[in-house]
Each structure stands twice: as structure tokens, then as C-alpha cells.
Write a protein that binds this ligand. Structure first.
Ligand SMILES: Nc1ncnc2c1ncn2[C@@H]1O[C@H](COP(=O)(O)OP(=O)(O)OP(=O)(O)O)[C@@H](O)[C@H]1O
Ligand SMILES: O=P(O)(O)OC[C@H]1O[C@H](OP(=O)(O)OP(=O)(O)O)[C@H](O)[C@@H]1O
Ligand SMILES: O=C(O)c1cccnc1
Length: 495
């Protein structure tokens, strides 16, 4: 096959999206307004919350969305669409409205992270890329936030590029990790692109190159002011730590003996012993960094063992979301314009009540108790409802409706921002450090029960009575329709 230039993201979609676009185009309904929700059904890693990330990349994708000449050539030559449809694709730009959670926002299961209102064909096309971006970045930001909670204020460094699922995952995963609370990265390109602080020690290769640990540390010290020596190449306590101390003493003020790094063995035992050796040599400010397949469970455990580790380098388990590599966010149609121009809500039924979609154009509010300043839960309304106007909010679980509470003195904080308004980008992405701060500050509205690392309490995400009634009516309508269809098929078979 001829090779085509990789010059656009428009084909970064599943073929079925373009096939559906073609059906809508042939039927003349491709310009009807459709509304889709992006949401996930289970918080990742058994966590009590997730951290939303990915919006910046979604914005760039939407802004630049257009089929290039080579895209059209490929579709014409290799897939075989007709010219009129190809002309439509060629002229396509995103003209819809996107409302979204801000990056760094605390988000929960079954609430719309993004709401896309756009001509049906456009909204259909962008599903795959949006999910691709948001699923991964939200997963990594959440993993990073879990690590931050257990690190309890210690600096966390992202070391994962070499183990990431390809280059873009490393870059955008690093950005997501920073949003979730990591302090720095070893990936220099991520530093350049996003302004994330870069950090680096040295690898075992340096010691292997000079063979002798003393020579290696000395050469490194002669070429760098800030020194972190990796002390585990041969024998951490008998050779690595004493050699690092010797070199630091010899170099005196010519270097800043910042840290040693432990990368194997029993990190609790070695760090305690190394701490004593450093202190006894007068290097009380020299810190200990640990790495080696760390994750939140290991860090928590090392802390429980009294490990004397000050900084943590986390690679594989963070950047690959090792224990749960997919978030599972979905993109579901919730409303569509009818022939008469009026919007008609749509539902998708499932045998599992938690998988039944919530129809209608919706908004999400965080209900903050004015007295405690803590969140009572998130509250999903239909468009046009304003929960702030209610004196008393009745919040009930959308499946187990007997779980119910009344809230009176509250602020209803809208969580969605308008990003694109009829195709026009009206949102300015904040500085990454502000996003990180926003993400960190947000955690203070959650009671500790929702933040705990193991078996957290389930955070309420509730529907307004109107939203719930709308869903109930649609379920009824679909059930009636299924019954009618079954009758028709029965009659047709017996004819
Ligand atoms: N005291 C400790 N308590 C709990 N887990 C630890 C402790 N010390 C190290 N670990 C973790 O145990 C795992 C040890 O893995 P592994 O046995 O592969 O490392 P290693 O043999 O020490 O080093 P390597 O094989 O990388 O040279 C790592 O995930 C590490 O972070
Ligand atoms: O363990 P991770 O959480 O994935 O963190 C990144 C790992 O990458 C490096 O090891 P590698 O064996 O690739 O190289 P090095 O030890 O020779 O530096 C580093 O020493 C860490 O162990
Ligand atoms: O700088 C480091 O210590 C580092 C960088 C990448 C991976 N592992 C360690």
C-alpha cells in the first residue's frame, strides 16, 4: 500500500464513527444537534475519587480538527467512500459546544466529565480521540494523587518514560502526574514542553563505565555541582554509601551533596543504615531518594517500617497505571434533535441498573456545606435547573433511592466550564502549576473517609428529582417500545 503522510488527527478515530457519519449524511440528519456525555462508571484503583486531566490536549485536537488532503486521499483510495461524502468531510470543522470539568477537578463515577453538543456527524467523529485522551490522562493524574496522599508531603519524581506505552504516553502521562501532585520529572522534553521541573541522578552505567565506584562518583562530582550518587551498584552499605561520603568530603564546597539514591534491596533497612552513616559523617542535610518498582502500597509500607527516605522516584507503576491500565470512560448519546427541531432525550438500557445511561442535557454541581466547607456530594440536574434556588436539597442515590439526605445551608458550585461555544474556543487553559494547585486544594472539600487509600467511603453523586423522573419516564417508554416490538415479531412469525 502507498504510505500516506501523518499530517492530521482527524483519522485518529474508529472506522465505525465515519461509517455512522456516512449513514447520517445519506439520511440528511448529520447536522441535527446531538448531545453526548463523557463519564466513567468506577473510580480507578479502588480510589474514592479521580482527578480529571486531558482537557488541554482535547482542546488542541478539536481546534485543529480537519481532514487533510492525505486523509481524504486515503479514505478515497483505500476505504472507498463516495465523492459527495468526502467533500463533506473535507469541509468539516468542529462547530459545536463543549462543556467540561477543569483539569485537576475532583471527579467521580457516573457524572458527566464533558458534555458535547454538536451536529451529529461532528459529535460522532470525536468520540474516540476524546476517550483516548481523557481515559489515559485522568487515570495517571489519579494514580499520582494516590501516591501523593501516601507520600505525605515528600517530593515525588516521575521516572517512567522508559517503561511507558510509547512516547506520547510518557509525555502526557508526565503532565498528568504533575497535575496529580508530582513535583518533577526526569523527562527533559516534558520539562521543555510544559515547564515541569526536571531532575536527574545517574544510572548504574556511570559506575560500570568507570568500573570503580570512587572514580565514577569523583568524575561526576567534578562535572556537576548538585550531586546525587546512586549507591547500590556493588554493595550499598560496604561500598556505595562510604564512597559517596568520601568523595563528598574530598570535594567539600565544590559540590552540593544533595542526596544518595537507593535502587535495590531492602529499602527500609538500607535507608536507616545509610541515614546513620550520613549523619555520622556530618551530612545531615543530604537526603535519601528511593526508586525500584515503587507504588503507593510499597511507599505506605516503607513509611510504616520507619524507612528514612525523603524523596521517591516512581516510574513503571505510575506511567503504565500498572494495577489498572484502563479507566473505562464512555461517550454516550443523551439527547438528539428531532425532525421538528425539538430535542428528544435518549437512553441506553442495561440489565445492570448502574449501566443505564442518564438521559438529557445535564449540569453537575458540587454541594458544599457552608458550615463545614466540606462537600455533601455532587448533584446532577437537567439544563435549566438551578439548585442554588432550592431552600432544601433532597439528595438521593440514583439506584438505591432509599439512601437519601436533605441539605439546607449549601453552595451549589457548577463544575462545568464552557470550553468551545459554537465552535469558538472561549476557554483559556490555566498555567500547569495553577492546575496542580487547584487539584491539591480541591482535596480539602472531601472528608477523609473519601480520601482514604483502602476501601474509601462511596462519595454521593445524585440526580435531581427532575433528572431522575426524566430517566424513569424514558425507561418506561423504552420498555413499552420493546414490548410492542416483541408483539410485532410474534405476529410476524405466526403469519
Ligand atoms: N522494606 C521493604 N518493604 C517492602 N517492599 C520493599 C522493601 N524494600 C524494597 N521493597 C520493594 O520490593 C521490591 C523488590 O523487588 P526486587 O526483588 O525486584 O528488587 P531487588 O532484587 O532488590 O533489586 P533489582 O532486582 O532491581 O536489582 C521492589 O518493588 C521494592 O520497591
Ligand atoms: O522502577 P521504576 O519505578 O520503573 O523507576 C524507574 C527505574 O528506572 C531505572 O532503572 P533501570 O534499571 O531502567 O536503569 P538503571 O537502574 O540502570 O538506572 C531506575 O533506576 C529505576 O529503578
Ligand atoms: O534520574 C534518575 O535517577 C532516573 C531517571 C529515570 C529513571 N530512573 C532514574
Amino acid at each position: 500500500m502507498k504510505r500516506y503522510q501523518d499530517d492530521s488527527f482527524a483519522l485518529h478515530t474508529d472506522l465505525y464513527q465515519i461509517n455512522m457519519m456516512e449513514t447520517y449524511f445519506r439520511d440528511g440528519i448529520h447536522k441535527r444537534k446531538a448531545v453526548f456525555d463523557v463519564y466513567f462508571r468506577r473510580n480507578p484503583f479502588g480510589n474514592g475519587y479521580a482527578i480529571f486531566a486531558g482537557l488541554e490536549r482535547v482542546i488542541t485536537y478539536i481546534k485543529e480538527l480537519r481532514f487533510s488532503e492525505s486523509d481524504i486521499d486515503y479514505l478515497r483510495n483505500e476505504v472507498g467512500y463516495d465523492e459527495d461524502f468526502l467533500t463533506f468531510l473535507k469541509e468539516l470543522r468542529f462547530t459545536g459546544t463543549i462543556r467540561s470539568m477543569k483539569e485537576g477537578e475532583l471527579v467521580f463515577e457516573n457524572e458527566p466529565l464533558m458534555r458535547i453538543e454538536a451536529p451529529l456527524a461532528e459529535a460522532q467523529l470525536i468520540e474516540t480521540a476524546i476517550l483516548n485522551i481523557v481515559n489515559y490522562q485522568t487515570l495517571i493524574a489519579t494514580k499520582a494523587s494516590r501516591l501523593k496522599v501516601v507520600a505525605d508531603g515528600d517530593p515525588l519524581f516521575e521516572f517512567g518514560t522508559r517503561r511507558a506505552q510509547e512516547t506520547e504516553a510518557a509525555i502526557w502521562g508526565t503532565r498528568a502526574a504533575f497535575i496529580g501532585g508530582f513535583q518533577a520529572t526526569s523527562n527533559v522534553r516534558a520539562g521543555k514542553l510544559f515547564g515541569i521541573p526536571v531532575v536527574g541522578t545517574h544510572a548504574h552505567a556511570l559506575v560500570q563505565t568507570y568500573r570503580d565506584e570512587y572514580v565514577a562518583f569523583k568524575k561526576y562530582a567534578e562535572s556537576h555541582y548538585d550531586c546525587t550518587f546512586l549507591v547500590d551498584t556493588y554493595d550499598t552499605l560496604r561500598s556505595g554509601v562510604p564512597t559517596a561520603i568520601k568523595v563528598a568530603k574530598e570535594m567539600g564546597d565544590k559540590i552540593n551533596f544533595k542526596a544518595i539514591r537507593l535502587d535495590s534491596g531492602d529499602l527500609a533497612y538500607l535507608s536507616k543504615k545509610a541515614r546513620i552513616m550520613l549523619d555520622e559523617a556530618g551530612f545531615t542535610n543530604t537526603m535519601i531518594t528511593a526508586s525500584n518498582d515503587l507504588d503507593e502500597a510499597t511507599i505506605l509500607n516503607l513509611k510504616a517500617q520507619g524507612a528514612k527516605i525523603d524523596m521517591w522516584g516512581v516510574g513503571t507503576k505510575l506511567i503504565t497505571a500498572y494495577d489498572q491500565p484502563a479507566l473505562g470512560a464512555v461517550y454516550k448519546l443523551v439527547s438528539i434533535e428531532g425532525k421538528n427541531g425539538e430535542m428528544a432525550d435518549r437512553i441506553k438500557i442495561s440489565g445492570n441498573p448502574e449501566k443505564v445511561t442518564t438521559p438529557g442535557m445535564k449540569n453537575v454541581y458540587r454541594i458544599i456545606n457552608r458550615e463545614t466547607k466540606k462537600s455533601e456530594g455532587d448533584y446532577i440536574t437537567l439544563e435549566g435547573e438551578n439548585p442554588q434556588e432550592e431552600k432544601t436539597l433532597t439528595m438521593f442515590h440514583p439506584v438505591h433511592t432509599f439512601i437519601c439526605k436533605e441539605v439546607t445551608d449549601f453552595d451549589a458550585v457548577p463544575l462545568h466550564e464552557t470550553i468551545f461555544d459554537n465552535g469558538e474556543l472561549i476557554y483559556e487553559t490555566p498555567e500547569l502549576t495553577d492546575i496542580q494547585k487547584f487539584s491539591n486544594d480541591n482535596l480539602s472539600v472531601l472528608w477523609d473517609e473519601y480520601k482514604r487509600f483502602l476501601n474509601p467511603e462511596k462519595y454521593p453523586v445524585d440526580l435531581s428529582p427532575k433528572c431522575w423522573e426524566n430517566k424513569r419516564v424514558l425507561i418506561q417508554e423504552v420498555q413499552d417500545q420493546v414490548r410492542r416490538n416483541r408483539e410485532l415479531i410474534k405476529n410476524w412469525k405466526s403469519e
